[in-house]
Design a binder for this molecule. Structure first.
Ligand code: G3H
Ligand code: 13P
Ligand code: ZN
Length: 309
């Protein structure tokens, strides 16, 4: 099966009250770990590439690795650009075989975000590619912002209909309290489900995307800390909150940090126990297996998209 767009996936996910996992990929072992789990669980899949990943591994290598995964699994796979920051990178990915792009105009004022997003949508739709936009800004604990500043960054429900209508985007990333990385909350995790609910009512049937959705799996953080790491206060989105979001309008859940943590925990443990090893297969193999088990857990216990391919 060739790479697909997310249109059908999101329609079924919305109706079925589950979400599709969008996993960030940077190299072969990550792609293999994710796609092997998805194959065994018969799950639809979004593999996403950031500008940093594209720079690290190159467009061609990532494209060919994902094509290989497609051949190996036969699954419906979307290849998506994560956080495209301008028209040029979106165009390069559309021209280069991606089936979905995100144009992240969230840092711009509303009108500029609409102008940029529409420019990408017009180019993408003419070529059969779908587009994710973003309204509202994700914060990081490192931003050190206070509560009222944080409130101002959440997506404003009164803007979503106009944004979607004027841009023609196919899905919308919103800010309801998640953030990127391994330090998401200072105290109790708190997500604004009231905002998500309001947006769901204003845009019935329209797919919403949740960024910054790693759970920062405590077991990985403990292992990293046990074997020489230093991650005090690492905290992610509790799984029950993600399940709740998936049962609402959220159809795409973005996960990167948990993959990094799974891989790092496995490699740290390996070298603590086998300090003399220098064959990369000996540490990358178990790291790939750890990613596979993590992704299987997400698919079955968090996203609910097993057997939906
Ligand atoms: O949202 C950002 C993703 O986690 C990608 O991170 O830009 O370091 O590849 P990156
Ligand atoms: P995490 O850092 O929570 O994994 O979020 C990833 C993400 O949103 C990629 O766009
Ligand atoms: Zn993101």
């Amino acid at each position: 099966m060739p790479l697909v767009t997310s249109t059908e996936m999101f329609k079924k996910a919305y109706e079925g009250g589950y979400a599709i996992g969008a996993f960030n990929v940077n190299n072969m072992e990550i792609i293999q770990g994710i796609t092997e789990a998805a194959k065994e669980e018969n799950a639809p899949l979004i593999l996403q590439v950031s500008a940093g990943a594209r720079k690290y591994a190159s467009h061609t290598y990532l494209m060919k690795l994902v094509e290989a995964a497609e051949i190996e699994t036969g699954l419906p796979i979307v290849l998506h650009l994560d956080h495209g920051e301008d028209f040029e990178i979106c165009k390069a990915c559309i021209d280069g075989g991606f089936t979905s792009v995100m144009i992240d105009g969230s840092k711009y004022p509303f009108e500029e975000n609409i102008r940029l997003t529409k420019q990408v949508v017009d180019y993408a739709h003419d070529r059969g590619v779908v587009v994710e936009g973003e309204l509202g800004r994700l914060a990081g604990i490192e931003d050190n912002i206070n509560v009222s500043e944080e409130d101002a960054m959440f997506t404003r429900p009164e803007e979503v209909q106009e944004f979607v209508e004027r841009t023609g985007v196919d899905s919308l990333a919103i800010a309801i309290g998640t953030s990127h990385g391994a330090y998401k909350f200072k105290g109790e995790p708190r997500l604004r489900f009231d905002i998500l609910e309001e947006i769901g009512k204003l845009l019935p049937g329209f797919p919403i995307v949740l960024h910054g959705a790693s759970s920062v799996v405590p077991e990985f953080v403990e292992t990293i800390n046990k074997y020489g790491g230093d991650m005090p206060g690492a905290q992610g989105v509790p799984e029950e909150m993600l399940r709740k979001a998936a049962s609402m309008a959220v159809c795409k859940i973005n996960i990167d940090s948990d993959i990094r943590l799974a891989m790092t925990a496995s490699i740290r443990k390996h070298f603590a126990e086998n300090p003399g090893d220098f064959d990369p297969r000996k540490y990358l193999g178990p790291a790939r297996a750890a990613i596979k088990e993590l992704v299987r857990h997400k698919i079955v216990n968090v996203l609910g998209c097993n057997n939906k391919a």
